[in-house]
Design a protein around this ligand. Structure first.
Ligand code: FES
Ligand SMILES: [Fe+2]
Length: 378
């Protein structure tokens, strides 16, 4: 696609800036232009707290996982003292990617010339470097990245000047406190490659307008009401649906006992939360699940779906048998969302597509799109 000359001219987006029921949807090039995507990377993903999963993925000292986030190779590793650290996964010699995949290691060794780093990032081995003038190993440790945790969830920030994670999350930890997320266990983590822009997926997750059509055979059968977005003080937004029975089960499926001592709204239904910019949490009576997005390019996104249950649920004798009822629900409904997102990306990539309008059921789509514009347009 040819790039558009006035892509970042605020006047171009004036119709998106109007109130929901007067507004246009985001122009299609916001989902297809590589220039728009690169600006999102610079102004959003390289600046904010990005959700990267749960720390029980690497429970033991030496456990590590390497991945790319918006094109940046990253490795997370559990140090001997139990802390989880994140490093730029690029060797300080000539830049090779040091760690591949995931596993356990005692040291991190570069596959190119075997420079070796301790779990805290210090360079502890570099052969044949004795004759190199003024070379001091202590100046060549892996570059450490900011990593903070909340209730076992990991957040990465590439910006050393960013406010702490607690400022980003605002009152969300209090709102969700009675789920006792810190006592949950990740029981499954599934990756999907999506052929769509990251915003297409986020928008889908935060509106229920599509449910009767896309999820006709699955979660449409769950009773739903339409509520305004929940009040949020922090970099998040969300919907709450009041209902009975776990939302993580298909109708009629047998499930686990509820999380003890849920309080307030948590005891009355399900929260669907978006932690800006691209992490969705579903929290219902008996479990939580997350949708984690790793944008790859304008038209490609990696999706990771995690499932978490309370420790005491995972310890039950019938856990393995019953948990499949939950996995079946996610396997079905998430693939339905994946497929419609890929279909939307194909359609929105046409030169003939024009901005549309919103229903009253899509307030958060409008909110998210304007949040993106606030940052991208500066
Ligand atoms: S690039 Fe890593 S040791 Fe040479
Ligand atoms: Fe959906």
């Amino acid at each position: 696609m040819n790039e558009i000359a006035n892509l970042f001219d605020p006047g171009r987006y004036e119709a998106v800036r109007r109130p929901l029921l007067e507004a246009d949807t985001l122009p299609p090039e916001c989902y297809t232009s590589e220039a728009f995507y690169r600006r999102e990377v610079e102004t959003i993903f390289l600046k904010v707290w990005n959700f990267i999963g749960r720390e029980d993925r690497i429970p033991n000292p030496g456990d590590y996982a390497a991945f790319e986030f918006v094109g940046v190779p990253v490795v997370i590793v559990r140090d001997r003292d139990g802390s989880v650290r994140a490093f730029a996964n690029s060797c300080r010699h000539r830049g090779a990617k040091v760690m591949q995949g995931e596993g356990n290691c005692t040291v991190m060794t570069c596959p190119y010339h075997s420079w070796t780093y301790a779990l805290d990032g210090r360079l502890i081995g570099a052969m044949e470097m004795d004759e190199t003038d003024g070379f001091d190993r202590k100046n060549f440790g892996l570059v450490e990245l900011r990593l903070e945790t909340w209730a076992g969830f990991l957040f990465l920030n590439f910006d050393h000047d960013a406010e702490p994670l607690s400022a980003w999350l605002g009152d969300l930890p209090d709102v969700l406190a009675s789920y006792k997320l810190e006592d949950m266990v990740t029981t499954r983590r599934v990756e999907y490659d999506l052929a769509c822009n990251w915003k297409i997926y986020v928008e889908n997750a935060m509106e229920s307008y599509h449910v009767p059509t896309v999820h006709q055979q699955t979660i449409q059968k769950q009773k739903r009401d339409h509520n305004p977005p929940i009040p949020a003080s922090g970099e998040y937004c969300g919907l709450f649906t009041r209902h009975e029975g776990s939302r993580a089960l298909l109708p009629g499926a047998k499930g686990f006992p509820y999380i003890p001592d849920l309080e307030g709204l948590a005891a009355q239904g399900t929260y669907y939360v978006l932690i800006n910019p691209s992490t969705m949490f579903g929290l219902t009576y008996d479990c939580m699940w997350w949708l984690e997005l790793h944008p790859v390019s304008a038209g490609r996104t990696k999706l990771i779906v995690g499932s978490c249950f309370p420790k005491q649920t995972v310890a039950r004798d019938d856990f393995d048998a019953l948990v499949n009822n939950y996995y079946e629900r996610w396997n079905k409904s998430i693939v339905e969302d994946n497929e419609i997102s890929d279909i939307q990306q194909i359609g929105i990539s046409s030169p003939f597509v024009k901005p549309g309008r919103f229903s009253y059921m899509e307030p958060l789509v409008h909110t998210i799109d304007n949040w993106v514009l606030d940052r991208v347009l500066g």
